[in-house]
Design a protein around this ligand. Structure first.
Ligand code: ATP
Length: 487
């Protein structure tokens, strides 16, 4: 399958089967904003849950919080976002299309590389890096002109100058129009953790090393937003800041770098589709940074970042708030500003990664000895939106009642549905499309032997088991511990 095809197929699959819809679709949607439908929502919650448990339940010294989206505006001055959370943008005067100048150049270099012009590509990348480092907008414009990049829409080279564009959304707090305080929708969840560091330490008898984890919405007014869930304007982050003694920072960085890759593998992502991308150019305060990238159809792209941030954030907040945010280490008998190792993953990018990894098209045998196309989402059972579908072979002879009994037994433990529409074959196909790992069929023998046939989505093997063992059979396979024990 061509890469473009698989991307389109996943987008359509999401809309068709209730995973993801464009936001406010009846009004033609809102660019780069999406809503999760019934099954998508379940999948996303399961991804977030396994992340949450892997942080806050597996580690005694990682505590979870839920900070507000709105924060005092000085937070964003201190964090550097007001002054530096910018992307360089450029418009084409003919098409009126807007681009990120750095992305135009990166894509151009990539095209040259594919054509075997490696040196030219490297030359462009070198100059691009220099311009970005020196904040040289004129340099970026000159490079776009020199490389003769054309607008993909109009095909012309009629460009505006390059300008900085701050990605934060602004709004006002307060009830009197014009007199309120200008505030921002948070562009990352991390700052809610930094400003609460002392609160958490004090109220939990906290000792370093100590992690604070959070899952929540973040907002960025992205310039180019055309990769579905990959680049959204409203998205969710799962972040953990690990506060450590300064001389232990790099050790912990290595630890989290390995641990986080392990997590991706444990949720069912194959090793060959994952890689590290170590940052060569670092922010001035950072000691080390790397991304965990997943191989999407549009290339290896960042899903998660792991950063050794030094004491930058806490020092900035000390400076701007005038408050004491340092830490007294009773074992070392020293006071210092903790250093931070951060792990930051987008819940929506993780969701998209799980879909790419699990989407399969294969030929499956039919009842009449032929084969047919089977589209199946092989989502890890722990993450799957629906765990068990129960089918009565027909709607008579007490079979539906037995199904209801199974559903009633299981519904307190996991998501189970009864499906009695269409033929059994079609019901299997539908559950395959939703990624349901187990289907139980109640047939004519069931009233006699009190057994049902359970089909495994991935192996297609069928197993006959007593009704009163169904719940435990599923529970054993969908318990979060199946994943957590691999970490
Ligand atoms: P990119 O370079 O792709 O813009 P970033 O380096 O700015 O990403 P971070 O600021 O490190 O991203 O954010 C941490 C994580 O949040 C990313 O790894 C990604 O999974 C997620 N994320 C960031 N921006 C978006 C977005 N616009 N839409 C969806 N997820 C996002």
């Amino acid at each position: 399958m061509k890469n473009q095809d698989i991307f389109q197929k996943i987008v359509s699959h999401c809309a068709q089967y209730g995973f993801v819809y464009p936001s406010s679709e009846i009004y033609e949607g809102l660019s780069a904003v999406y809503d999760y439908g019934p099954v998508g929502n379940e999948l996303k919650r399961n991804i977030k849950n396994i992340w949450w448990l892997s942080m806050t339940q597996l580690h005694q010294n990682i505590l979870g919080i839920d900070a507000a989206i709105f924060m005092h505006p000085t937070t964003w001055k201190a964090s550097g976002h007001v002054d530096a959370f910018n992307d360089p943008l450029i418009d084409n005067k003919d098409s009126k299309a807007r681009y990120r100048a750095d992305v135009l150049l990166e894509e151009h270099a990539e095209k040259l590389r594919k054509k075997g012009k490696k040196e030219q590509a490297e030359q462009i990348e070198k100059r691009l890096a220099q311009c970005l480092e020196q904040n040289d907008l004129k340099g970026l414009y000159d490079l776009i002109i020199e490389t003769e990049i054309v607008c993909p829409v109009s095909g012309t080279r009629n460009w505006t100058e390059v300008r900085q564009f701050n990605l934060m959304f602004r709004t006002e707090i307060g009830s009197v129009a014009g007199q309120g305080m200008e505030i921002y929708l948070r562009p990352e969840t991390a700052q809610g953790i930094f400003v609460n560091f002392v609160n958490v330490i004090k109220t939990n008898r906290g000792k370093l090393p100590l992690g604070i984890a959070q899952i929540g919405k973040a907002f960025r007014n992205e310039i180019i937003a055309r990769q579905f869930l990959f680049r959204m304007r409203e998205f969710e982050q799962m972040e953990m800041q690990f506060f450590v003694a300064p001389d232990e920072e790099m050790e912990w960085y290595q630890y989290w770098k390995e641990k986080r890759l392990q997590w991706h593998k444990a949720i069912g992502i194959s090793t060959e589709n994952l890689r590290y991308h170590d940052h060569i150019k670092l922010a001035h305060y950072a000691k080390a940074a790397c991304d965990i990238e997943y191989q999407f159809s549009f290339g290896f792209k960042e899903v998660e970042g792991i950063h050794a941030r030094g004491d930058f954030d806490l020092s900035q907040h000390i400076q701007y708030s005038g408050k004491k945010l340092d830490y007294y280490d009773s074992e070392r008998k020293q006071t210092y500003i903790p250093h931070v190792v951060e792990t930051s993953i987008g819940a929506d990018r993780a969701f998209l990664m799980v879909l790419f990894e699990s989407y399969h098209e294969e030929q499956a045998p039919t009842a009449d000895g032929k084969t047919e196309l089977r589209v199946v989402l092989k989502i890890h059972p722990v993450l799957a939106p629906i765990k068990l579908a129960v089918f009565p072979l027909n709607n008579r002879d007490g079979l539906p009642e037995i199904c209801d009994k199974i559903v009633d037994e299981c519904k307190y433990e996991f998501k189970v549905v009864r499906d009695d529409k269409d033929t059994i074959g079609r019901r299997y196909r539908r559950q395959d499309l939703l990624g349901t790992p187990f289907c139980a069929t109640v047939d004519y023998d069931t009233p006699k032997d009190q057994c049902v046939t359970i089909r495994d989505r991935d192996t297609m093997q069928q197993e006959r088991i007593p009704i009163d063992r169904v719940k435990d059979y599923i529970l054993q396979r969908i318990s979060p511990s199946v994943i957590l024990k691999k970490l």
